[in-house]
Design a protein around this ligand. Structure first.
Ligand code: KG4
Ligand code: ZN
Length: 381
């Protein structure tokens, strides 16, 4: 019998609900983004986020059921993000999930948001005809996280093989997450919020035309060296290097002011901002992106080689980045590793990945206790 799980996600600034069958087939996936609310602050404001989740959770869940063509009673279980994330945001989803599961007399499965990002890769991989082989290395790279895990199929014993995955943490960021660095650099240069997508698009314009600014202009970011753990990351140095570069070049001031005004007037697409960016700004953006991408790809592929993994899974908002996808794919081919990404829609926060991650836990009987609470610092391994 097919198992239909209603997934609920509210860990940060997206209220999401989805219905997924047997952890694989997406019947619906609805995401209500709060971007327009947080944009003017240049980042997520936790109090506003929880208030908006409260407003959105009921209509978003209803819409997910409607799109799946189901009623509440057709659902076999509810999966809800328990953590990590913003406590006030998580509480909305956890409380709603508890009440709903109790009312429906259906099992409630607490889900680790990070595990959801791993499942996002598997949700669609089979559609491409290629299933990721285990063991794998997984890079979760978003506005809140930059983490590297070793992933294996959960073992159990021969009488009771365990479904799902086992995780071992290999490393993580020591300061900013990669997406956070994108957002901070975009804020510094007045490119809007969130910074990742716009920098991605603007940097693409430079790659096509080439750039006249090179090392002699001081536009060069050395690879970040981290003592003790080669699989840890650090992005605050790159971000600070961008800041110093901008301070050393007063000619940036005028165009930054112009772009601030453009943003205030509602212009924020790459096509709107491109004519307002000097060649030096575009070169700076593209060097910044190249440095971040090089670092992510190098450490993840090194981790795959060192752990004898033939597969790398990349997930989280920054996994939507074009240069990251291109560089991963070409470098991986050189090293005999296969890289898998979710589609762009499943790279960023969504509830289909939460419903998919809930499925093996439901099979294993890992259900929520009556006193289930939000865990803002929940770990994966
Ligand atoms: O996973 P996500 O939606 O939310 C969490 O942070 O959990 O990721 C959002 C982050 C933001 O920092 C955003 O700037 C970044 O992902 N991002 C990108 C791209 N699209 C989103 N970064 C680089 N390139 C992109 N195309
Ligand atoms: Zn996330």
């Amino acid at each position: 019998m097919a198992t239909r799980i209603l997934g609920i996600e509210s860990s940060c600034d997206e209220t999401a609900a989805a219905v997924v069958v047997d952890g694989r087939e997406i019947l619906s996936s609805v995401v209500s983004s709060q971007l327009d609310i947080h944009r003017k602050y240049g980042g997520v404001v936790p109090e506003l986020a929880s208030r908006e989740h409260l407003r959105q959770i009921v209509p978003v869940v209803r819409e997910a059921l409607l799109q799946a063509g189901l009623n509440f009673n057709d659902i076999d279980a509810v999966g809800v993000t328990q953590g990590p994330g913003l406590v006030g945001s998580l509480l909305v989803g956890v409380t709603y999930g508890k009440v709903l599961a109790t009312e429906l007399k259906k099992p409630l499965v607490p889900v680790n948001h990070l595990e959801g990002h791993v499942h996002a890769v598997f949700l669609e991989a089979h559609l491409g005809g290629k299933v990721p082989q285990m063991p794998a290395v997984c890079l979760i790279v978003s506005g809140g996280h930059t983490l590297l895990y070793h992933v294996q199929s959960a073992a159990g014993n021969s009488d009771a093989p365990k479904p799902g995955f086992q995780f071992r943490r290999l490393g993580g960021t020591r300061d900013d997450a990669a997406g956070e660095a994108y957002d901070k650099v975009a804020r510094l240069l007045a490119l809007g919020y969130p910074g990742g997508p716009i920098i991605d698009q603007l940097a693409g314009k430079v790659a096509a035309n080439g750039s006249n600014f090179h090392e002699k202009d001081g536009l060069h970011f050395n690879p970040v060296k981290i003592k003790s753990n080669p699989f840890d990351f650090s992005f605050s140095g790159i971000k600070t290097a961008v800041l110093y570069y901008v301070r050393q070049h007063p000619e940036f001031e005028g165009e930054i002011e112009t772009r601030k005004k453009a943003l205030q007037s509602g212009l924020r697409k790459a096509a709107d901002l491109l004519p307002l960016c000097s060649p030096r700004t575009l070169a700076l953006i593209s060097k910044f992106q190249a440095a971040v991408v090089r670092d992510l790809v190098t450490r993840a592929l090194d981790a795959a080689l060192q752990t004898n993994s033939r597969t790398v899974l990349v997930s989280g908002g920054v996994a939507a980045n074009s240069e990251l996808r291109d560089r991963f794919t070409s470098k991986a081919a050189e090293t005999g590793v296969t890289v898998f990404f979710p589609s762009r829609a499943l790279s960023t926060d969504n509830a289909a990945m939460i419903a998919a991650a809930a499925y093996p836990h439901l099979l294993a009987g890992d259900l929520a206790a009556d006193d289930l609470n939000a865990e803002p610092n929940l770990r994966l391994a």
